[in-house]
Design a protein around this ligand. Structure first.
Ligand SMILES: O=P(O)(O)O[C@H]1O[C@H](CO)[C@@H](O)[C@H]1O
Ligand SMILES: O=c1cc[nH]c(=O)[nH]1
Length: 368
């Protein structure tokens, strides 16, 4: 059985690192109830677990090219309900165009989608009504920096109960390229359902918990007509694409093909269906902030069959649209349920097929 984070470790963490709220800790509370209590105001707006921030004259969100004094963050972002993230700026720009069409959102006359964080030269961010589309780069450090600033942005903007979703790519374990995978549990390189942090020279773990209900809801939005499978399973998160994922084709390789295959088989026996590089930090920081979150990736290959990512570009582009289609169905469902799809945006839009996604993508490329 893979080790999981123990209650003692969680309590150690609370005692040592949650200084601001240590005095209000109630021992009989579950971790989830505790997190909710200290991360939300009664109206659902995001409360930070860091009292230093409210004492500061201004908070510069350096890597987003935004600031709490230089920008009216509440005016700009107060209506955000969904924060969608993915590795590349282009994917997130495409998603912004796609979701704009899906929810029937109209930009003010004469304006175009703008990369709000363009002058950070780090991340890209597009806003389409209640949906923020942000690129996160590759791997833990890049995502970690972005998550700190995005969570602070939610706080400054007074966003209510935002949902974070990572829209990514991955290597499948025993699943075909093109399969959409919703993460049930994010595991680190030692198969622990937590993310390891080094803070003030000390090693701590935070649970890498995603919202199981959200994962099931996303799965329920897969259509029998989709010409591909959508599954739920465990995701291994590594710190490297090559040796860290047991690839034989990096610049270095000190293990045999048999050792690699034994490792991938062991992953499969533990319920791991895919490997990527951001899920544990994404899950750990959203959970720590009390933010509902999910990870939806498309497999670019079946790692049991090889290591090279060699599907044709057009095929890969179509595959990458699949998680976006699923997430857009979820966003539409929530907005419809809240009565926002019609009232905010003027018309209902329509359920779009993968083919429709391609057209929107082409249109967005034509605008470049
Ligand atoms: O496609 P994205 O979301 O960038 O994610 C995956 O692709 C990158 C490796 O190619 C890693 O960051 C991995 O997690
Ligand atoms: O094999 C893969 C493919 C995409 N992303 C990864 O991290 N691994």
């Amino acid at each position: 059985m893979p080790p999981t984070i123990t209650d003692n470790q969680t309590h150690d963490f609370k005692a040592h690192y949650d200084c601001a709220h240590r005095s209000s800790l109630q021992d009989d509370e579950t971790d989830d109830a505790y997190v909710k209590r200290i991360t939300r105001y009664s109206d659902g707006t995001v409360k930070l677990r860091n009292s230093n921030i409210e004492l500061m004259d201004q908070d510069i969100l350096y890597h987003l090219a935004l600031g709490s004094e230089s920008h009216d963050l509440q005016e700009m972002f107060g209506d955000v309900k969904f924060v969608c993230m993915g590795g590349t700026p282009k994917r997130m720009e495409n998603f912004a165009h796609f979701i704009m069409n899906e929810i029937g959102y109209k930009l003010p006359a004469g304006t175009q989608l703008q990369d709000i964080s363009a002058y950070s030269y780090r991340y890209s961010m597009y806003k389409v009504g209640p949906v923020l589309c942000v690129s996160h780069g590759m791997g833990t450090p890049s995502v970690s920096i972005l998550m700190h600033e995005m969570i602070k942005l939610m706080y400054h903007a007074k966003c209510k109960d935002p949902v974070f979703i990572r829209i990514g790519t991955c290597g499948g374990i025993g699943v075909d390229g093109g399969t959409v995978i919703i993460t049930e549990d994010a595991l680190d390189g030692q198969l622990r359902n937590s993310h390891e942090f080094t803070i003030l020279g000390k090693t701590i773990h935070r649970p890498a918990k995603l919202d199981k209900k959200l994962a099931r809801e996303l799965k329920s939005l897969a259509s029998p007509d989709d010409p591909y499978d959508t599954i739920i399973g465990k995701t291994l998160c590594t710190n490297d694409f090559y040796e860290g994922q047991g690839r034989l084709d990096g610049a270095f390789c000190d293990f045999s093909e048999n050792e690699k295959m034994d490792y991938l088989e062991k992953l499969r026996e533990n319920g791991v269906v895919n490997i990527e590089m951001e899920s544990t930090i994404f899950a750990a920081l959203t959970h720590h902030a009390g933010i509902k979150a999910a990870v939806v990736c498309v497999a670019l290959l079946n790692r049991l069959n090889g290591d090279q990512v060699n599907a044709p570009k057009e095929v890969m582009n179509e595959w990458q649209a699949r998680p976006q289609i699923l997430v857009s169905r979820y966003i539409r469902k929530v907005l419809t349920h809240n009565g926002q799809l019609k009232s905010l945006f003027g018309h209902q839009g329509s359920i779009k097929s993968p083919r429709r996604f391609k057209l929107v993508q082409q249109e967005s490329q034509a605008h470049e």
